[in-house]
Design a protein around this ligand. Sequence first.
Ligand SMILES: Nc1ncnc2c1ncn2[C@@H]1O[C@H](COP(=O)(O)OP(=O)(O)OP(=O)(O)O)[C@@H](O)[C@H]1O
Ligand SMILES: [Mg+2]
Length: 161
Amino acid sequence: MKIPYIILPEFFSEASSVIKKSLDFIKMTSKNSINLIVKTKNTVIYGDEDQLNRVLINLIKNSEEAFLEKIEKNPNFKGNIDIEINDNNDYIIIRLIDNGTGISDAKKAMTPYFTTKKTGTGLGLPIVTKIINEHSGNFSIKNKTSGSGTIVKISFPKINA
Ligand SMILES: Nc1ncnc2c1ncn2[C@@H]1O[C@H](COP(=O)(O)OP(=O)(O)OP(=O)(O)O)[C@@H](O)[C@H]1O
Ligand SMILES: [Mg+2]
């Protein structure tokens, strides 16, 4: 017998408002500063809100865990995440820039089950990449070149709606 399954409905979303809505919720429980910087008017992408929300939650969780490591060494440390939304001709580009520990091995970090945390599953970034790939987007994570912290870059094909 075939088990019926539901295909997630896809629809046009304004990426900036999906992010804003999800940040309003995340900010209620976060002790760190999270800033949304929208540098473009056109942020419409073809995507699933719940999935985009999951991407954001996984990435912010990673940044906040990197902050915890820093707070252990310096209790006065203040975590900061800048989320910038920009565009070019073809893509909506979302950058998440944190001032955490930085990433020890960006390549390995993308491998399923790779974790540097006691209770991590190592599935956060693989899930993020899977969702972004399903949206025909690109994902990359690297260290900042000055100061410690990571830069995540996500790009989604632009829809001219
Ligand atoms: N913003 C970040 N700053 C520093 N290191 C990071 C950051 N994001 C990811 N990493 C590194 O990449 C590894 C893999 O991340 P991933 O989200 O896939 O798994 P995890 O966070 O360890 O576990 P889980 O997401 O299941 O809680 C992390 O263990 C951490 O070492
Ligand atoms: Mg994670």
